[in-house]
Design a protein. Structure first.
Length: 266
């Protein structure tokens, strides 16, 4: 059984095209009736729009196998008085979902991904947090990759704000326990006996996604097709217990490995 990331794992960070082997891997899971969930930290497009985009570029899976942080947001953050920070698409999506943005007296500071945060935005967030607002991240990614550059991810921004204000934070998407538990709950529609120990998580975010998965008892596969160019950039610096169980270049290598395994069994 699998939990599978999208950005940098199934689709390219550069142009959002399918990474080699990714469509074939999903097709194989469908054919073999192997349970899986596509779990992403998408926040720019609405859940429906992003799911439909994936369908349009060749991925064939039911919407019941898809989960992103926006689908859990209502249960984690009240709609009133939210100071949201992130890409313009994210802010527009929040408004469409019924959230009231407030940059005067917010109850919640909500952080999503953005490559060009300004110092004044950080200053505003700090003032709101010191005035009593709660801090919530849409996810806890370590690095954000775009245009062949790597920026601090939401997780890095949250850590900075926590250090600056001593305000602890909550996370909606990966790698929060609540997000993974919701994914497991949805996986039960495919196999009611599924537990975290039965699942292998595949992602390019070895710190944000895979570290949390390891802590919950999942096996992990790190692909170097996204945020990191090589495993040597990050894996040697991780705590031994959080290092990935397997490392592959991309989904193509995982797909071929699975095919070879099946031939050996036969």
């Amino acid at each position: 059984m699998y939990f599978i990331d999208i950005q940098g794992t199934l689709i390219s960070d550069a142009d959002k095209s399918p990474i080699r082997g990714s469509i074939e891997f999903i097709d194989m899971l469908n054919k073999k009736k192997i349970p899986y969930m596509i779990i992403t930290n998408n926040t720019k497009k609405s859940s429906k729009e992003f799911y439909e985009f994936l369908q349009s570029i060749g991925f064939n899976f039911e919407s019941s196998k898809y989960l992103d942080p926006l689908m859990l947001l209502y249960s984690r953050v009240e709609k009133e008085a939210v100071a949201a920070y992130g890409a313009e698409e994210f802010l527009k999506t929040l408004v469409k979902m019924g959230y009231r943005l407030d940059y005067e007296n917010p109850k919640t500071v909500l952080v999503a991904i953005k490559e060009d945060f300004k110092a004044d935005e950080y200053a505003q967030m700090i003032d709101f947090l010191l005035s009593g607002a709660s801090l919530v991240g849409m996810h806890e990614t370590s690095i954000y990759a775009k245009n062949n550059k790597r920026y601090p991810g939401v997780g890095a921004v949250l850590k900075m704000l926590e250090f600056a204000t001593s305000v602890s934070y909550d996370v909606v998407g990966k790698p929060s326990v609540a997000f993974y538990e919701e994914a497991l709950k949805m996986l039960h529609n495919q196999d009611s006996r599924a537990d975290f120990s039965d699942i292998t998580m595949i992602s390019d975010d070895v710190k944000g996604d895979l570290g949390g998965a390891k802590e919950m008892g999942m096996k992990t596969i790190f692909v170097t097709s996204g945020k990191y160019k090589t495993a040597s950039e990050i894996v040697p610096f991780l705590k031994p217990e959080l290092r990935p169980d397997y490392i592959y270049a991309d989904m193509q290598e995982i797909f071929l490995h699975r095919v070879l395994e099946q031939r050996e069994v036969i």
